[in-house]
Design a protein around this ligand. Structure first.
Ligand SMILES: N[C@@H](CCC(=O)N[C@@H](CS)C(=O)NCC(=O)O)C(=O)O
Length: 105
């Protein structure tokens, strides 16, 4: 018996299709890749096929940009240019991404 019909194989093309609906990224996530709060936020964005641009605070100028936009040095921080929404707090960002991109359930 072959294990060729598992869930992940079938769901992958759907994610790709969803991601391809967008011509450009409108969500920016300011992250530190080692930060567990950032990791779970990025993972959710990937699972949902959300069009996200990641900005790593280790890169020159990114921390300054984050503080200028949000007012403090804390990661993750999300900016949604399309809807004019921005926020700190990983759980709030994850809930927001689900509301905006999880059309499956
Ligand atoms: N409650 C916040 C906690 C976020 C947090 O503690 N982030 C840490 C990195 S893991 C941070 O921003 N530290 C400040 C710094 O690295 O300068 C969340 O869930 O997003």
């Amino acid at each position: 018996m072959r294990a060729s019909t598992n869930e992940s194989e079938h769901s992958r093309p759907q994610h790709q299709l969803r991601a391809s609906c967008y011509t450009r990224s409108m969500i920016t996530l300011y992250i530190n890749p080692e930060c567990p709060f950032c990791k779970k936020t990025v993972e959710t964005a990937r699972e949902l096929g959300a069009p996200v641009t990641l900005k790593d605070v280790h890169e020159p100028g990114v921390t300054e940009e984050l503080i200028q936009l949000g007012g403090k040095r804390q990661m993750p921080y999300m900016v949604d240019d399309e809807d004019g929404v921005s926020m700190y707090e990983s759980d709030d960002i994850i809930a927001y991404l689900h509301r905006k991109f999880d059309h499956g359930t």
